[in-house]
Design a protein around this ligand. Sequence first.
Ligand code: PLP
Length: 373
Amino acid sequence: MSENIYLDNAATTPIDTDVKEILINLLDVFHNPSQPYSPSSFVKKKINEARKIIADCINASPEEIFFTSGGTESNNTVIYQMLNHKKKKSIIISDIEHHSVINPCKFIKKMGYIVKNINVNSKGYIDSNDFINTIDENTVIASIMYANNEIGTIQNIKKLASIAHEKGILFHTDAVQAVGHLHLDVKELDVDFLSASAHKFNGPKGIGFLYVKKGINFSPLIYGGAQELNMRAGTENAPLIYAMAIALKKNLEILNSSQQHLNELYDLFIKKLKLYKIDFVENSTNDGLPGLVNISINNQNGETLLHRLDLKKIQISTGSACDSVNNQVSHVIKALNVDKRYSEGTIRISFGKENTKEEAIKIADELNNIING
Ligand code: PLP
């Protein structure tokens, strides 16, 4: 196991060792946080502490943080808000959203709602004028991802949110790839909703949160008990919640140095590929998500490269985790209009803060061995 070189951190990250220990220890405190006896108040206290830590990390207030099962649930919660709107019926998303935004949108479309898509340019950026022109009197909300999971493009969310508000619509950002990896301040961004997921920032799986700006009305996706201020029913998983908060805090404490390290790995890897004269298109940019490399290699098959690297104990991806199941050129690569000679040879290497320069060199060497023989 330890010989593996894991380079798929955009799919999920290894759990931080301190976070894992905290999580395991908390599993012993099994009491239901809603009960009035003392062991329960300890659990409740941990949940409140976690809410405060997370709020501080993104400059929110604790009552603006709602715990969910992860990014998918947070995104679904926001998209299904459309169902509360009977007169205005239109939502705007980009062409490169994650399937946890795209698929609930397909569902509401079947129910008569209008989903408007905005294109991106060949580097994955949205043109703010296109955004302005897509908003009309029927639009309720726009959902634009903060950082793309396949190519790492970071959108100008502050600008897009400000346009949305000038035009009187709500703004959501799927920040699942950004939280814990970029400096993020919800007050500065002025978004109405923001989604995050712990397993993308060295926390456990099955836990995330939704930020909802104070004063914004929303309805639950999951109904039942009164947990999360009546907004997300179900007994809280205090160990996961607390572990998520510590994971986020720890990642942000070393944010600048890990960003710098990841940018170095990115540059080193690309430099090596160029040195080996590998013919590729760079779909990612080194001012995108730190350490996320997406390239399309001429006359190659991404899936084959993935399996051949796996035989060498190196784990990469062809795109997002869901598209590697579908085994076809992903909607994101299609949106970039990558030439067909290259697009089928698309791979994503997402370095994590634990990866080393030697590992960045090793993957470039192995790719060279496979491609140039
Ligand atoms: N949004 C983005 C951009 C993602 O990358 C992912 C995970 O791949 C999700 C949403 C879904 O998050 P989760 O796995 O926590 O449901």
